[in-house]
Design a protein around this ligand. Structure first.
Ligand code: KIV
Ligand code: ZN
Length: 512
């Protein structure tokens, strides 16, 4: 009988701390629903005290999610803990994750606190947190550079105060697997009360060893791994959820643990997070990269055709790679459309959204004969990302692009319900379209990122575009999908402008 390994996903908190990866409340909810579908044990939904937007997003996630524990991060001070406690009150299962730094450099230079004061603050924080929930996690920030005797003292004190999970972070991604495993083993052996709590690890990837260090911790006795989809996270990121999950599953001969993750939801989760944050997944990324299951050399192809296991240790379909299956066509009806969405785990909130998505499906089926699962996912995403009260809407776009001529675009939008037209020229049709939109919007936003991804193969594939805009310290991502790449680009640009337009968006966590 294997032990249960708790998968604690922090895509919505540490992942969101990646530059430009901040998400709106609706986007956070979509990711949380996908994490729940994947059967993640704990979703760290944000940092309640960081901003009213983050607080609101955590509250909404706590209200909506029933299958996973919903957690808020909090520093070890009363205000943070109370905000976290209020944010998770509606959760079926809520957790408060409180932390304080324990390394000499952090205590002295950042906190300006003596070690005794740090122990006191940690204990007080855990006691406050226990007023809201029994499920309290404590992290010793920068544990990797902390003195082991001091760590034992802090951890012993917070366990006595009521912490149920003790998390050991490699905050700066400095450790190596043998050292990290040894630290976890030592702590479990020495900390008073160690046997009453779950030991957890949280590793950053600065030296590319976050997953290896996390797995080493598991071998040493950790039973919770903190990780993110696609390894998103502060600086070089966190341990990647998909790699941790598939490593313990594929090498069950080595790891004495099992997760409850539905691995077939991994690739959809990866695509969703990549699409929302605008962080592309490198093609050779383990498990979720486009080439992770592609065999290029003749020898490999021959081997796989004769016997798949010659070169494959996992099956693409087991982690959710679709078989590019033709699922629907232009004659498919509303019921077939709805039941295919539900097979993909997509539930549209209202009849209105279903009707709107179905109308778009019919439009798409007219342009593109073969509709794949990926097309449906993009189509629904496109539907969902349109904010209910869109300020800017694309009405019409025309581009002219000829060899030797300067590309030109004419665009008509509604801005707050009023129709406006403008034209622009640029170095290409997309540039010209953005210039025309800016003639109307005059947003003054700076374009930080423009990326295009073909959703399926073939020249009739839908292009999925991400646009990242910055204005006045705010960074937002916009997305759009269409078989016409210029239209997809215009939709993505307008989606980003709409997010800048509305103030109730989640801001980056900043220095809290
Ligand atoms: O990296 C880190 O130390 C953290 C803590 C808040 C757990 O993210
Ligand atoms: Zn972290």
């Amino acid at each position: 009988m294997k032990d249960h390994l708790i998968i604690f996903d922090t895509t919505l908190r540490d992942g969101e701390q990646s530059p430009g990866a901040s998400m709106t409340k609706e986007e956070k909810l979509r990711v949380a629903r996908q994490l729940e579908r994947m059967q993640v044990d704990v979703i760290e939904a944000g940092f309640a005290a960081a901003s009213p937007g983050d607080f609101d997003a955590i509250r909404s996630i706590a209200r909506a999610i029933k299958g996973s524990t919903v957690c808020s991060l909090a520093r070890s001070n009363e205000n943070d803990i109370r905000r976290a406690g209020e944010a998770i009150t509606l959760a079926a299962r809520g957790r408060i994750h409180t932390f304080i730094a324990t390394s000499p450099i952090h205590m002295e230079k950042k906190l300006r606190m003596a070690p005794d004061q740090v122990v006191e603050a940690a204990v007080r924080a855990v006691r406050w947190a226990r007023e809201y929930t029994d499920d309290v996690e404590f992290s010793a920030e920068d544990a990797v550079r902390s003195d082991v005797d001091f760590l034992c003292r802090v951890f012993g004190a917070v366990i006595e105060a009521g912490a149920r999970t003790i998390n050991v972070p490699d905050t700066v991604g400095y450790s190596v697997p043998s050292v990290w495993g040894e630290l976890i083993r030592t702590l479990i052996a020495r900390v008073p009360g160690a046997g009453q709590v779950v030991w957890s690890t949280h590793c950053h990837n600065d030296l590319g060893m976050a997953v290896a260090n996390s797995l080493s911790a598991v071998l040493a006795g950790a039973r919770q791994v903190e990780c993110t989809i696609n390894g998103l996270g502060e600086r070089a990121g966190n341990a990647s959820l998909e790699e941790v999950v598939m490593a313990v599953r594929t090498r069950s001969d080595i790891f004495p643990v099992q997760t409850r993750i539905d691995a077939t939801q991994i690739v959809p989760a990866s695509k969703l997070v990549s699409q929302i944050t605008g962080y592309p997944v490198q093609p050779n990324k383990a498990v979720v990269g486009a080439n992770a299951f592609a065999h290029e050399s003749g020898i490999h192809q021959d081997g796989v055709l004769k016997h798949r296991e010659t070169y494959e240790i996992m099956r693409a379909e087991d982690v959710g790679w679709a078989q590019n299956k033709l699922v629907l066509g232009k004659h498919s009806g509303r019921n077939a459309f709805k039941s295919r969405l539900s097979a993909l785990g997509i539930v549209l909130e209202s009849e209105e959204s279903l009707n709107a998505a179905f109308a778009r499906f019919k439009e798409l089926a007219d342009k593109k004969h073969e509709i794949f699962d990926e097309d449906l996912q993009a189509l629904v995403s496109d539907e969902e990302i349109a904010p209910a009260n869109e300020y800017y809407k694309l009405v019409y776009s025309h581009v002219c692009s000829e060899t030797g001529e300067t590309p030109a675009a004419n665009v008509t939008l509604t801005a707050g319900g009023v129709e406006k037209s403008a034209s622009g020229i640029g170095s290409g049709p997309v540039d010209a379209t953005f210039k025309a939109i800016e003639c109307i919007a005059e947003s003054g936003a700076q374009l930080l990122l423009y990326s295009v991804n073909a959703i399926t193969t073939g020249t009739d594939a839908q292009g999925e575009v991400t646009v990242r805009l910055a204005r006045g310290g705010r960074i937002v991502n916009g997305n759009g999908a269409d078989t016409d790449i210029v239209i997809a680009s215009a939709k993505a640009y307008l989606n980003a402008l709409n997010k800048l337009q509305f103030p109730d968006r989640v801001d980056p966590q900043g220095d809290v």
